[in-house]
Design a protein around this ligand. Structure first.
Ligand SMILES: Cc1ncc(C[n+]2csc(CCOP(=O)(O)OP(=O)(O)O)c2C)c(N)n1
Ligand SMILES: [Mg+2]
Length: 591
C-alpha cells in the first residue's frame, strides 16, 4: 500500500479507467486535484473559458469515439452550477461524462461558506449519481463506482464533489491491484429473439428504427449485417444517424416532424412492422403518436427496462443491450436461413429506394441573400465522407439534418434531447480533441454561435482545428417560425446597426472581427456561388493552421423550414425538388 493524498489516488484511477482527457477551469477549492494532475503528469487538460463549455467539451469528447469518457473539472459553487446544462444534455442523450467539483471543507458545508453549494442535490436529477464525498478513504471506491455506473445500463453522467480537506487527506491506496468493476449487460434470450423473429415474419413491410443505443453498444456493423442479411430497410434516428451510411441501399431516410426526410416519413407510413433498437421514440421523431403508430406493430429493444412502454406501449418489448440483441438476432437469422428461405423483402426495399429517389427537397436556389437550403448543398459538395458534423438546435440544425449527408457512425454529433443553445462550439472542440485526425465541421445559427462564442479562444490556444459553419439570419429563426402561431413576426430579431462594422449591413454582430479577435480565422460569404470554395478553403486552413475557422454565411433573414405536427403532415414551405438539378447533391438523383 502506498500512502498518498486522496486526489493522487483519484488521478491514478482516472488513468487506469482510461479517462485522461479533461476539460475545465480551476478555482481555489479544486487546486489540490489540479496539483495531483500536475504531479502525475499523464493527464491532458483543455482550459475552458466558461465551465458550462467544459461540460459540453467533455460530452463531445466522449461521443467522438467508442469507450471515451470525457472529464470536466471545476471549483466549488458556481462551477458546478455552470455544469448543470452539460449534465442535463449528457444524461438526456445517454452520454457518460464525469464531472468533478471542488467543495468547501466538510466542517463548513452547512455554514454558508464562500462558494459552498449543495451541488450533489442540484445535480441529482440530471446525473446517474451525484455525491459529495465526506470520507477520504471512500475516494477510490467512489471513483470505481462512478465508472461502473457510467458504463452500466443506460449510460449517463456522474458528478463527484470533493471537499478540499477530503482531497488533501492522506489514504493508503494500491493502484497496481485496482481493477475497474465488471459491467454486465442484459442480453435478449433465445425465446425473446424467437418471438421478435416470428412477429417480423408475419409482416410484409418491416423497417428497423436504429437508435443511439447501437452506438453506445459499439454495434453499427452488427446492425448493418442484420439489415443486409434480411434485406430490411433501416430508419436511423437523429441520435443514430450514421449507423448505416446515407448512401447504403437499405438506408430508408430519417423520420420525424423536423429533422426528417420526406421519403423517410412516407416509408414509415407505408410500413407494417417497426423494430426499434436502442431508440427512445423521441417526440421529434414520432410526432403525433396516433399517426405514428396506427396500422403497424412495434417491437422495442432497450437496455433500460423502464424505457419499454414509456412513450407508448409496444406490441412487444425486450430488455437488452443493443449489441447483444443484434448478436442473438443475427444468429437466429442464420439458423432460420439454413433451414429454408426467409421472406424476400426486395420489392419493399426497392419501393423505399424509389421514394428516396423522388421525394426530395429543393436545394438549388440562387437567391442573394442566400437561402439556407443552398448552404447544405454546398456543404455536401465540399466536405468529405469522413466529416463529423456537430450541431445543436435551431433552423440551422433542422435544415442541416434534412439536407446534409452522413456516411458513418459518430459522424453526426447532436444534442438530440436537451438542445442547449451554445452547445455546438464547445462540443465541437471536444469532438475535434477526440478525433484529431478526422475533419470536424460544426453547424450553428447566429445565436447558438454567440451563446458560448468566447470558447473560440480555447480552440486557438489549444490548436484545435475545425470548421464552423455559421448560418447568420440575425434571427432566432426557429423561434420566429414557431411564433407565427402567436401572431408575432419580428420580436426575435437580433439585427442592429453595428456602428463599428457598417459592412455587415444591419446584421448586427461582426462575427469575423470577434472570431479574429479570439485568435481564429474567418471567411464571410454573401453569394451562393462562393460557398463551396469557401468551405474547401476553410477546411484547408483548419488543417494547416490548427485553429477554428469560421465560415459565416449571410442568409436571408426570414425563412421557414419544413416541419409539422405529425409525420403525415409536415408542411413544405418551399418548392420541392422536381428534377435532379433542383437537388444536385441528393443521394439518388431524380429521374
Ligand atoms: C438555452 C436555450 N434557450 C432557448 C432555446 C430555444 N431556442 C431554440 S432554437 C432558438 C433560436 C436559435 O437561433 P439561431 O441559433 O440563430 O438559429 P436559427 O434558428 O436562426 O437557425 C432558440 C432561442 C434553446 N434551445 N436553448
Ligand atoms: Mg439565427
Amino acid at each position: 500500500m502506498t500512502r498518498m493524498q486522496a486526489v493522487d489516488a483519484a488521478v491514478l484511477i482516472l488513468e487506469k479507467e482510461g479517462a485522461t482527457q479533461t476539460f475545465g477551469l480551476p478555482g481555489a477549492a479544486i487546486n489540490p486535484l489540479y496539483a495531483a494532475m500536475r504531479r502525475h503528469g499523464g493527464m491532458q487538460h483543455v482550459l475552458a473559458r466558461h465551465v458550462e463549455a467544459a461540460s459540453h467539451m467533455a460530452e463531445g469528447y466522449t461521443r467522438a469515439a467508442a469507450g471515451n469518457i470525457g472529464v470536466c473539472l471545476g471549483t466549488s459553487g458556481p462551477a458546478g452550477t455552470d455544469m448543470i446544462t452539460g449534465l442535463y444534455s449528457a444524461s438526456a442523450d445517454s452520454v457518460p461524462i464525469l464531472a468533478i467539483t471542488g467543495q468547501a471543507p466538510i466542517a463548513k458545508l452547512d455554514k454558508e461558506d464562500f462558494q459552498a453549494v449543495d451541488i450533489a442535490s442540484i445535480a441529482a436529477p440530471v446525473t446517474k449519481w451525484a455525491v459529495t464525498v465526506k470520507e477520504a478513504a471512500q475516494v477510490p471506491g467512489t471513483f470505481a463506482k462512478a465508472f461502473w455506473l457510467m458504463r452500466t445500463g443506460r449510460p449517463g453522467p456522474v458528478l463527484i464533489d470533493l471537499p478540499i480537506d477530503v482531497q488533501q487527506a492522506e489514504i493508503d491506496f494500491d493502484i497496481d491491484t485496482y481493477e475497474p468493476l465488471p459491467v454486465s449487460r442484459p442480453a435478449a434470450t433465445e425465446a425473446q429473439v424467437n418471438k421478435v423473429f416470428d412477429m417480423l415474419l408475419a409482416a410484409e413491410h418491416p423497417v428497423i428504427v436504429a437508435g443511439g443505443g447501437i452506438l453506445n453498444a459499439n454495434a453499427p456493423d452488427k446492425l448493418v449485417e442484420v439489415a443486409e442479411l434480411l434485406g430490411i430497410p433501416v430508419i436511423p434516428t437523429l441520435m443514430g444517424w450514421g449507423i448505416i451510411p446515407d448512401d447504403h441501399p437499405l438506408h430508408a431516410g430519417m423520420v420525424g416532424i423536423q429533422t426528417a426526410h420526406r421519403y423517410g416519413n412516407e416509408t414509415l407510413l407505408a410500413s407494417d412492422f417497426v423494430l426499434g433498437i436502442g431508440n427512445r421514440w423521441a417526440n421529434r421523431h414520432t410526432g403525433a403518436l396516433d399517426v405514428y403508430t396506427k396500422g403497424r406493430k412495434f417491437v422495442h429493444v432497450d437496455i433500460e427496462p423502464t424505457q419499454i412502454g414509456r412513450v407508448f406501449a409496444p406490441d412487444y418489448g425486450v430488455v437488452s443491450d443493443a449489441g447483444a440483441f443484434l448478436d442473438a438476432f443475427l444468429a437466429e437469422a442464420k439458423r432460420r436461413k439454413a433451414n429454408g428461405p426467409l421472406p424476400d423483402y426486395d420489392v419493399w426495399a426497392k419501393d423505399c429506394q424509389q421514394r428516396k429517389a423522388t421525394l426530395q427537397r429543393k436545394t438549388h436556389f440562387d437567391n442573394v441573400p442566400i437561402k439556407p437550403q443552398r448552404v447544405y448543398e454546398a456543404m455536401n459538395a465540399a466536405f468529405s465522407r469522413e466529416t463529423t458534423y456537430v450541431s445543436t438546435i435551431g433552423l440551422s440544425q433542422i435544415a442541416g439534418a434534412q439536407l446534409l449527408h452522413v456516411f458513418g457512425p459518430r459522424r453526426w454529433i447532436n444534442a438530440g434531447q436537451a438542445g442547449p443553445l451554445g452547445w455546438t462550439l464547445p462540443a465541437a472542440l471536444g469532438v475535434a480533441t477526440g478525433q484529431p485526425d478526422r475533419p470536424v465541421v460544426a453547424l450553428s445559427g447566429d445565436y447558438d454561435f454567440q451563446f458560448l462564442i468566447e470558447e473560440l479562444a480555447v480552440g486557438a490556444q489549444h490548436n484545435i482545428g475545425y470548421v464552423h459553419v455559421l448560418v447568420n439570419n440575425s434571427y432566432l429563426g426557429l423561434i420566429r417560425q414557431s411564433q407565427r402561431a402567436f401572431d408575432m413576426d419580428y420580436y426575435v430579431s437580433l439585427a442592429f446597426e453595428n456602428i463599428n462594422s457598417p459592412e455587415v449591413e444591419g446584421y448586427g454582430v461582426d462575427h469575423l472581427k470577434v472570431a479574429e479577435g479570439l485568435g481564429c480565422k474567418a471567411i464571410r460569404v454573401h453569394n451562393p456561388d462562393d460557398l463551396e470554395a469557401a468551405f474547401k478553403k476553410a477546411s484547408a486552413m483548419a488543417a494547416e493552421l490548427k485553429v477554428p475557422v469560421v465560415v459565416e454565411v449571410i442568409l436571408e433573414r426570414v425563412t421557414n423550414i419544413s416541419m409539422g405536427g405529425a409525420v403525415d403532415s409536415v408542411t413544405e414551405f418551399e418548392a420541392v425538388a422536381e428534377s435532379a438539378s433542383d437537388a444536385p447533391t441528393a443521394i439518388l438523383p431524380i429521374g
